[in-house]
Structures are given as structure tokens and as C-alpha cells.
Design a binder for this molecule. Sequence first.
Ligand code: BMA
Length: 847
Amino acid sequence: MTSTLYLHDNWRFSAVGETDWHRAIVPGCIHTDLKANGLIPDPFYGTHEGSLQWIDKQDWQYETVFDVPQDMLNKSQIEIVFEGLDTYADVSLNDTPILAANNMFRTWRIEIKRLLRAEGNRLHIRFRSPIQEDLPKLERLGYGLPATNDQSERGGLGGKKLSVFSRKAPYHYGWDWGPRLVTSGIWRPIKLEAWTQARISDVYIHQSSVTVEKAQLEAHIEIHSEVEGPAILRLHGAGRTIESTITLAKGVQTHRIEIEISHPDLWWPRGYGQPSLYTFRAEVAIGGTAIANRTVRTGLRDIQLVQTDDEAGTSFYFQVNGVPVFAKGANHIPNDSFITEVDEERYRHEIVTAAASNMNMLRVWGGGVYECDVFYDLCDEYGILVWQDFMFACSMYPGDAAFLQSVEEEAKDNIRRLRNHPSIALWCGNNEIDTAWAQYDEHGGWGWKQQYTPEQRAQIWSAYESIFHRILPDVLAQLAPRAAYWPSSPMQALTGDRSQHAKNDSTRGDIHYWGVWHAVEPFSNYNVNLGRFMSEYGFQSFPELRTVQSYAEEKDMELESDVMRWHQRSGDGNRLIKEYMDIYLPTPKDFPAFLTMSQILQAEAIKTAIEAHRRKKPYCMGSLYWQINDCWPVASWSSMDYYGRWKALQYYAKRSFRDIAVSVEEDDERIFVHIISDGRDNLEATLHVQLFQFDGQLVREQTAQPHVEANHVLTALTLKKSDWTHGCSLPEIVLIATLEHEGNALDQKFHYFAPVNKLRLRKATITVRPMDADETTFLVETDVLAKSVMLTASAEGVFSDNYFDLLPGLPKTVHFLQREQGQTAFHLAQPGAMTVSSMCDWTEVDA
Ligand code: BMA
């Protein structure tokens, strides 16, 4: 059997050329180690990042000394495994060089038995500065490559954008929501693995066909053997053991075992069924003794990306086990600039948040990292589908042989590591490069190609085609034959002509719609600019005051202060938030109120988009907003801040993504009440529509008994606006649509007849009363319509609902859920000190 020894102890580090050594934490990185030793200040505080740009210009060395137990030394093969080195790393063991690593995303395995001794082994890693390493590559190429988000100026490199030359997380070099902190270090585990005779190096459960009746699987079991001759190969799983006699050869070989499971427990995305999982264990035995084994987990499902022509264009949706799934979710970026700071609890908090927000998909965006195993394990467990980008974003890349080879190896390593995860629905080549370069549209794109000579252009595009149209799809087809590949997000189709590139009115492929925000278009444009699959759209906000206080002092609490501008990386971000706020919301009375109102603004924007996309199902089959999380405390498009604190948007998304949802819209004459079902069963529901004055007086009501068909959108009621609002003052009424099934409320939406800043809101007196002896559940009531009721708690956690509107006579019950370590990320708990307020409290409106 393989025995394993993690080499995470006794590490120290120093700057190359210096003699001072300091304690290091492995896995970790140079920035976190410098900080832990008090050698640099907190990189996220104030403007500290600016003074830390020297770190990436310097070479760093790490070393440890370790012993090896005798039983391990006795094995005939001893390998050292580096699951991730960031990035240019020269490794030596007992003064013999064993590895020169050059790609952060690769795994390295080296046989080292001959170099090992029982005691005092010295493992030394020298990390060459990624900046010094890559500058000559730029010189050699002779021209720069576009890399829109690379903040080279901040790094003291002028216009020299080096991110494209390294296979290293692109966001380390800065992004429009992230700092420039170019790390070096041992970012994933290092271990010794020792074995004799044979080792099972990989088990891939290939799903040849999966239906409700039958799953036909083929286990591909890769064995590394140093012996030859007969052996028994067994596969345990799904309540049986399949055994076959094999003949081992020396070296690496793959054996296949077929498995048939009738009526399998299928893996379903959240909302469609249980995300059932199966565990398979492969075992090799010689002469009656098991010598190697390996366990993997997977879920059985059939996933297809369906692109078929229809009268409107070409579909773009995921079909899981034969059911078309409307993808609801968000884009994910790395949870930290220093990825090793993200422990399992933080990953769990994110995935539990996604599931609790009624999402079923996250997109692992291409400017970050191929995520850690635990991220995908959690997605498997919570039924969250993954749209997986390869790590390329908003840049053009070199096409020399060494670079292409490195990309190919990186793709192999990561596909092999991740291909058993049932949650992965799609592999996508890159983020926004097809659209930015726009090869076939001379005047299209982001103005990149126009800077180059015809020869340079040809060279750059040829590198693009090698990576995204050849290497990545080929490797994927070899290693995960039934997985879907999409060359770039967004794109229309791989046509090789102008119609390849995405547009806001594309009737095929996916769309990133940024007209609202970057082009200051009105929120209502979300209703018209939508396509078959909305893989990005977004709107910024500020984090809450507590979070701002983690990086700013009282004197910085002003939009134009250096610190507030430092923690805003989208050029015009702060101005855009203000501009939109002037259009849609009343004026906040002070800075803390401004922070809160920015969250309401963002939430209102994204709610408009989500509901517009869902109402257009099945034409539109996906809505992933930009972005669920942050990598440091900052103003950004996130719905949850760096500390995992839910912004207003997270609560709005939870409501707008409900599996069975009500959505109200109006035109000049009519009010439409739609019911959107992502459910798998038909429902006989009850729909109440009631019109109230802000003082709680009922003006008019109507009830309907709609038949809600599974997985459909229905316009359940169309009301004549003039009849319904007759005799009312429009800024003082609200229409409330409530959908019920067998006495349970499925959804409730408030709809107003004037923009929020024109509503005649009055100062509300809101009471919050505990409903249980434990004081975890509360009844919230008001005396007059209260807009965006905000509850705060001194404990870290979330409320079951928040930032909701409240009408007299319609009290609301909420409970508090605390974050916790362990199996569930949320549990019912006391919120500690609470406050309650609503929009009138944050604006200049007086009682
Ligand atoms: C997109 C993303 C990111 C970016 C975001 C906000 O298009 O792909 O590159 O951070 O917009 O500008």
C-alpha cells in the first residue's frame, strides 16, 4: 500500500541573498509569511498594497529538514509530490536539483528514493521572481500583448504587462475588483508517497450512458507497476465487487472495468432532486494480498449542452438527466488574494450561500485558479453545477512551443484531477478573449488588434487558435470524452466568420451584457438585452460599514478619499454608483447610509435582470450575475463581501431565484403577473393579488387558481392598470402578489407604480419581537410601508430574509442563522445585538 507523509512542518524562508531566516507556514505564500512575521503590514489595509510591490521583484527561498520513517524508506519507490508551486521554482533535495517548476497550475511528481536518508533531509525551493523571469520573454517577443486588467503601472512596470507570460493566476496581477499582489510560494500540499510493487495512480469513472433505468460506466484504472505478471483487479462500489484477472507490465498502464447499475440514484442539481453520490474503490492484489488501492467519488448523471436550431436562433442550455435546467447563479472569483487563507469553512460558506440563495450553478471564471478539490466536493454535495473556465482571461497569449506545451500539461493535470466531479457541466476555454480580439470583425472588439502589424496579428491569432481551438478541446476529448467544451465566453458559435463573436442581441451562444453599468444604460435595458444564456452582467456596490472599517479609518470615510478610491478598481466605479443612485434612489443622508443605499441600488438592478431572464425561459436558459464573492475588502460587483457578509443583493437573489417565483411587470396599460416554475411537478396554486395604500388599507384584490405547469413560465393574470389604480395616488400604493400552494406561501412580490425615489415614503416605526424562548426567531412589524427593512446583528451570520419591504398588517417572521465550523455552515442562533432600520432612516426624508 502507498504510505504518505506530508511535508508541512519546520519550514523557514528568507530573501535570496540575505541571511535572516523566518518561520514559514506551508501551504502558504510569501506575502502571508512576511505578514505573519511582522515584516510587512496587512496588505489589505488602507493603501498598504502600494508599498508592497517590491516583494514580487525579489527571489525567495524556502526550506525544511525532515526525517523519513524506516517503513517508508523500505519501500522500493518513493515519490515527492508537489500539488502546486507558485510559480518559477527550483527545487533541490539534499543539494541535488530535482525540479524546475514553471506553471502554478501543474502537479509535479518525482522519484527521489536514491536521494533520501532516514534523518535530516533538506528540501530547498528557490522561487524566482515572476517579474524578473518574464521581463526577458517580453523583450524577446518584441511587442506587448493586451492584458486589460494587468495593473503593471501599480507594480512599477509602466506598460509592461507580464501576466500573459506566466501560467499563474491572472488576478494576482490585479483586476478591476482586485489588488496587485503577485505572490510566490508553496500554495498546495507537498507530500512523499512510497510504495512497493504497484500504485493505482488514477481512477476515472467514465459515464458511457446514464438514464433513469440504467447507468453504463467504465472505470479507467491507471496502475503504475514495477513488477510484471498476473494480478487481480477489483472494483468495489454500488453494492458489488467486480473482479478481473490482469497481467501487469512494468510502467504505467490503464485497465478498464465495465459496470452496469440498474435504476441508479441519479445526481441532480439543487431544486431538481437529490445530488446522490457513489463511491468506488479500486484494488490490486497479487497472490491474495492487496498491494494498492484508491477511492474516488462521483455522481451519475447525463449532462449535455444543448445547442439546436429553433425559430428564434439556436438554443444554449444544460440538460441534466433529460431535464432542461435553467441555470441560476453567479460568477465565482478566488475567495482571497492569498488563496491558502481560504479554509474549508470559507469554501463551505460560499457554496451553502449559493444553495441557500436558490442557485444551481457557479461559473469558475478564467482569471483565477482551477479551484481546490474541496470547492468541487461541496458543489457535488449541494447540487451546484459548475461552469469551468480554463485559466485565461481578457488577454492574448504567446504561442511559442514551450508555452503551448505548458498549457497542454496544465490542462491534462486539471482535467484528470476534476473529471469525476458530477457538478462540472462545461469546460470553457477562456473569458472574453474571442469578443475582445474579434478576429473576423475588423472594427469590432476592444481595439486590440489594430495596434499590431499584419504579421504580428497573424501570430497572435494563431497562438489563440492553437490554445483554444486545438489544444484544450483535444485534451478534453481525450481525457473526458463526453464533457462539453465552449471555446470562449461569450461567443455565438465557432463559425470562423463575423458571426462567431457575441453581441448583445445574439440569438445563440452566451452573452455578457454590461450595457447597464459600463455604458450607463437604464436598468430597464435588462428587459430587452437578453439572449439564450446570460453568463455575465453586474452592478457594483460597497460592502457594509463593518467591512469598510477593516480597511479605512474614520477620516477616510468619504467617497473621494485616497483609501476609498484605492479600494475601488473599476476606473469610474464610484462615479457610476453615484450617478445611478441619483437616477433611482433618494439621497442618502451620510456616508454609512450611502454604503447601505449602494447595496439596495445594486440589488434592484440585478433583481430586474434575473427576473427578466427567467421570464424569457425557455428562450433564455441561464442567468449568472457577476460576481458572488470578493478576494479582499473592496467596492465591487459581489453579492457577498470578503468576510462572507451578505450584501442586500444576496437576499434579493435568494428571492428572485426561488424555484417557483412570482414576477410582476407592467407596460403603459397593463400589469402582468407571471409565475415562473423551475419545478419538476405541475401545481394547482392560488394567486392573490392585492393593492394596498402605504398605510395598509386594502384598495382592491383578486384571486386566481392557476395551473402551474412544471418547468414553464405562465402569465397568470393580466390586469388593466387604469381600473386597478383608479382613484389612487400612484406613489403611495403597492401591489402585492402572493403565490400559495396547499396553504404554504411559495413566493410574494411587491410591485410599485413609481420609481423608488418618487415614492412617498413616511418614517416607519418598526418593531422586532422574539417569537421563541431561544430568541432566534423574530416577528417584524411596521405602522406604515417600510422600504428595504434592514436587520443587523452583532453576531456573524445571516437572516432568513433581509432588505425586504414591509406593510402594516402583514408582519414578517425571520430567523437568524450563524456561521459555524463543521458540517453545516449555518445554524439557528441568537443574533446578539440587533438593529432595524429602513430607507427613510437613511435619507433626508423626515417624518
Ligand atoms: C467581466 C469579467 C471580469 C470583470 C468584470 C467586471 O466581463 O469577465 O473580467 O471583472 O467583467 O468588469
